[in-house]
Design a protein around this ligand. Sequence first.
Ligand SMILES: Nc1nc2c(ncn2[C@@H]2O[C@H](COP(=O)(O)OP(=O)(O)OP(=O)(O)O)[C@@H](O)[C@H]2O)c(=O)[nH]1
Ligand SMILES: [Mg+2]
Length: 334
Amino acid sequence: MAINNRVYQNIPTNIITGFLGVGKTSAILHLLAHKPADQRWAVLVNEFGEIGIDGALMKDSGAFIKEVPGGCMCCSSNLPTQMALNLLIKQAAPDRILIEPTGLGHPERVIAMLREPHYRSVLDLRATVCLVDPRKLSDSRYRENPAFTDQIALSDVLVANRCDLCSGDEIEAFYRFATESQPPKARIALVVHGAIDVAWLDAATSKDRRAIHPEAHAHPHGEDHTHGDTHVRVANARWDRVENRGDGFFSCGWRFEAGMQFEIRALERLFSREPALRMKGVFHTDEGWQQFNAADGSYTARPCVAANASIIEAIDRSRNWESLERGLLDSLVR
Ligand SMILES: Nc1nc2c(ncn2[C@@H]2O[C@H](COP(=O)(O)OP(=O)(O)OP(=O)(O)O)[C@@H](O)[C@H]2O)c(=O)[nH]1
Ligand SMILES: [Mg+2]
């Protein structure tokens, strides 16, 4: 591919998959911190919610980041993703590209898009890495979810993350499951906080991996899959909210102008009440800018670089955002 007369060829590219909140962004941050110092890496991140948060979470990583918010990469139409990818290649001229699809996304179409003739000589698609929380393997709500099972099935490298929260039995069950996978995984590993090894990105790939639910995303945009069918409610000049839904999940994002300040203690109380299945945000607080990140019943909060606005995204299995919104508004400094 030639962009501005410069030819880009065979850029090593990896997809980092895994279900909502498993630790994909943590893994990418770990990889960026451990990459060869003389290389420039770029990240393409796709989020289910309309307000991208991961870009802000990775802002101080030093890498070139591009976000495609609002749906999953495969069906938020390939066009915005391809445009973002082309721009990322042109602007960053990267030595490697890491791609984080949404945790609710089915990886098959993403892999197919990257193998299209247009990208064949540009991208060198290396190992697909999937992170999985071993505790979820025994939960039928996850095992029956096509995106969850096919993220695992289509991965070359299968990594158990969040191992600090797992029992010995859960780790053992993961290991048994992973070693029985066919075709065999190139690498099976146990980590915490996404501490994956840079070398695993170049593990052997296999074109024989097949999706268990190939039909899962081969859909016209229908009743239960309305990515892009967003609902925006502008509350007033200082904040607004935007909703989306698809695959049985609902998302809601809020944007508060930077001049509005949150009480950090009130946010801590709000996040510890677990108001949604997945919630993350970047807030201007009375103790500076802070990122909050909640998944699976616990949350982390840490200082971060300033953003243009406080941004919050929540994902849940039902759409009832009123009490969370009230909680956010009640957390504002008066
Ligand atoms: N206890 C524990 N927490 C972890 C681990 N890995 C990640 N986390 C935390 O889990 C939360 C979600 O991590 P992310 O890296 O944002 O997960 P993600 O898969 O990128 O999330 P989405 O992009 O929203 O799907 C954060 O608060 C992390 O700090 C781990 O191994 N152990
Ligand atoms: Mg993420």
